[in-house]
Design a protein around this ligand. Sequence first.
Ligand code: FAD
Length: 462
Amino acid sequence: MGDYDFDIAVIGGGSAGYATARTTAAAGHRTVLIEGGEELGGLCILRGCMPTKALLHAADVRFQAGRSQLWGLEPGEIGFDFPAVMRRKAAMVEEFARYRRGQLQDGRFELIRALAKFRDPHTLQFDNGQTVTAGHFMISTGSRVADLPLPGLAKLGCMTSDDALQLESLPKSIIVLGGGAVALEFAQFFARFDVEVTVLQRSPHILKAFDDDVAGEVETSFRDEGITIHTGCSLIDARRDDNEKVIVYECAGAQHEARAEAVFHGLGRSPNTGSLALENAGVETERGRILCDAHMRTSAPHIFAGGDCTGPHEIVHIAIQQGEIAAHNMLYPAEPRPMDYRMLISVVFTDPQAATVGLTEKAAKAQGIPCLTASYPFNDHGKSIIMEAMHGFVKLLCDPESGEILGGVCVGPMGGELIHEIVTAMAKRMTVAELAATPHYHPTLAEIWTYPADALTEEITR
Ligand SMILES: Cc1cc2nc3c(=O)[nH]c(=O)nc-3n(C[C@H](O)[C@H](O)[C@H](O)COP(=O)(O)OP(=O)(O)OC[C@H]3O[C@@H](n4cnc5c(N)ncnc54)[C@H](O)[C@@H]3O)c2cc1C
């Protein structure tokens, strides 16, 4: 791969970067991974998926215990020790991070702890003055919390997900800005630890990437738990009023105010590419996002990118897949592999969990893709009735001619687990008839899929 210090230099040691480095090193190529963060581990382990799911699990246990009289139990008041909740989360994160530190330092590839930027298309300059040359590069520098849309909000001070994961005590009330996964997961976590929560969302529904019926189920159960949700809101101003933070917003043509002790910034993240001097390497971006083709190749043919710094889906399994695809295409340019988003999975770990794979009804309509759909509600299903988990439904989308499954939705108990049955079915290009004929144990949550599969099979063969 040329006369360079390394064959491959990977910038950023999160999910995408580690996937590339382990793949190129395993293929016998001289690989260096450069990580500039204070801690090793990446967003998912340190400040993303794992700590948030640990907190949500604690919130869920408290919530379930609090309604255990539904099953005839008498637990009394379920109190909590918030610092202990946070300590348990921190201990788990440290366990996951220790494992990842081991993987990054076990000698399969070289690890350099420094912040990197491009000096020229084949040279990286580090903040410690050192330089390194390489034949190929992987940019996997992740994302950062997006800038706030109003100067007043920045002045007011908003809690980010990073801040929320370091809290020592809870506010009495909080306004959550945004209606995406991170915003809603934190909203429910706060609410289940007795914080008064108001969600302000700009779109007509929360979870705007999902079908409206999915968002509707999550909205209903949030409202049942006492969370206030206002949708269709434009933020106008932010100010402080004594000890309260005030958000001024417009909704249905009228001006309103929401007041709380704290404001949570759930308005998304931006690509973390500003300090890479990408112009020195000929790598093009659009509003900071690195532009890549389906092979994860940037505008500079020897430089690839993956994960949150390029998108279009800021999710761990996509970051890993992009990292592996980039590695393959660096190593075997004669047999290039494209990214395939046919089976894109999205999960929001609220209760009910909202999970989709593949085609949604919204996307089918927008793209004019013909499909049949059938749904079945959890409030008419044996196992979910036993569990008192009756919000939500499953939905299948299939090709009207062949019956091939094109997509699935599960909003309900363990939606993030149950969706994987449809992921597997889609991976094998199964039809609804094949799914309906697959044995399902009784009584399980999973057997709910057989109802829409049966209904669609009947519709196609009619
Ligand atoms: C609160 C929260 C919850 C989430 N929950 C989920 C979830 O449940 N499921 C899911 O799939 N996704 C979830 N995500 C998203 C997921 O965490 C990200 O999509 C994923 O971690 C991105 O991986 P990455 O490799 O692109 O970036 P990162 O893991 O952020 O890695 C980038 C690395 O690059 C380093 N770096 C940056 N600049 C430089 C430089 N110039 N030089 C050297 N190193 C540099 C950084 O220090 C960092 O370690 C969540 C995100 C958040 C914020």
